[in-house]
Design a protein around this ligand. Sequence first.
Ligand SMILES: Cc1cc2nc3c(=O)[nH]c(=O)nc-3n(C[C@H](O)[C@H](O)[C@H](O)COP(=O)(O)OP(=O)(O)OC[C@H]3O[C@@H](n4cnc5c(N)ncnc54)[C@H](O)[C@@H]3O)c2cc1C
Length: 453
Amino acid sequence: MTQNHYEVIIIGGGISGTALFYELGRYTTASSICLLEKYDSLATLNSSGSANSQTLHSGDIETNYTLEKAVKVKQTAKMVERYCLQHAYEDKVIFSHQKMALGVGYEEVDYMKKRYKEFKTLYPHLELYDKKRLAEIEPAVIYDENGKERPDEIVGVGAQGAYTTVDFKALSDTFVENTLKIKEKITDVFFNNEVLQIQKIGSIFHVETTMSQFTADFVVVDAGAHSLFLAHKMGHGLDYGLLPMAGSFYLSTKKILNGKVYMVQNPKLPFAALHGDPDILVSGHTRFGPTALVLPKLERYKPGSYLDFLKTLRLDHNVIKIFAELLGDKDIRDYIVRNFLFEIPYINKRLFVQDARKIVPSLTEVDIRYAKGFGGIRPQILDKKNQKLMLGEASIDTGEGIIFNMTPSPGATSCLGNAVRDVKVICDHLSLDFDEAGFEHDLVEQEGEKNGH
Ligand SMILES: Cc1cc2nc3c(=O)[nH]c(=O)nc-3n(C[C@H](O)[C@H](O)[C@H](O)COP(=O)(O)OP(=O)(O)OC[C@H]3O[C@@H](n4cnc5c(N)ncnc54)[C@H](O)[C@@H]3O)c2cc1C
């Protein structure tokens, strides 16, 4: 074994890579694990608190989730909650607020009432709020600028006192901190090590970074949009292209909402619906967003990555067909144009306020500002074989000892769930033991708790 040889190397120190680092350290017999991060600290891209919506997606108020998807998301959200409570991270990493999804107008109200009935079986804590109740718990969604009740028919479906909000950067830091405390194994983190090349020679992976050379028996690439970039370099995932969808936010000049207020989602769109909620990093001021905009780069607010975008898109007739189909749909076309306008100074605020007034009818342009430096990039996958934009996360398990993960929303919520999926593959491949009983005891929701939030 050379000095730079590890059983497992994880590439990328966002929420996905750090969660895997923690689970491998805590629940497996892997004796040497290494995390390689390109920048000088953890979670500076999509997992940073200002890049994402800070929502622990449990599936109860996300109207774009089917019941089947909600079952899965709920399990992984619970893992994050249990981990945080186990380590007493309440009000440091995980926060509780009220939460709800609003139905506005006859059609949405009808839809929300039906959804409430269906989802109540999985989420017994869900409540249905009429206008009167909404006026008590979230008055800003009911009253206009003159203090008058909005005329629309309206209903809210939500919960009180649930853990709804996570600082995913802080969570990433805790994963690494807690893993480095494990003294009986080698757990190393190297910053400023951008992985340039991965090569498999025999059964060993050779990983070349801007600073050094490493080798490993197994590699997991949790590098966000760059996961697919690195996969393509090795000849994997060539049937996938990547569409970077940026999301921006607007911040209010004062606190407007008490909790998370989502809207009914257009099922054709792969992103969480526009919502408003207290920003845990900006003293509870209300944050509205995210928007959705195609950006020709893989990392937001960092120089470069335009060429990486072009390479990862892998433009061909299949990609053009996917774009043509998307643009052929009037709803999607309007959504794309509108979201583009949300980024253009002067007109952006005026337009955005029109949309956000569906949540807060009293909202005016002076109440909000474009949140500069906020927002990230969702690495949406284009499935070229089936000529479709994939709506969720994607993982390429090559079966050869290397996995590549691409994690748009709700990738931060699913961090521990995705990690355990990979832990099982790694243990199988390297004949390591996985303490499944310990993992389930610590992180999986127990039968008796299922009636809680
Ligand atoms: C606008 C927006 C809102 C969102 N809201 C939510 C939400 O409310 N709830 C939720 O659950 N999810 C949300 N998401 C999704 C969530 O943010 C992501 O799924 C999650 O942060 C992905 O984490 P990751 O670790 O996989 O990737 P990233 O956070 O992107 O981390 C990748 C890491 O890999 C490193 N890296 C990249 N290339 C290399 C290389 N070559 N060598 C070494 N290191 C490398 C990067 O520096 C980075 O640290 C949102 C996303 C966006 C954009």
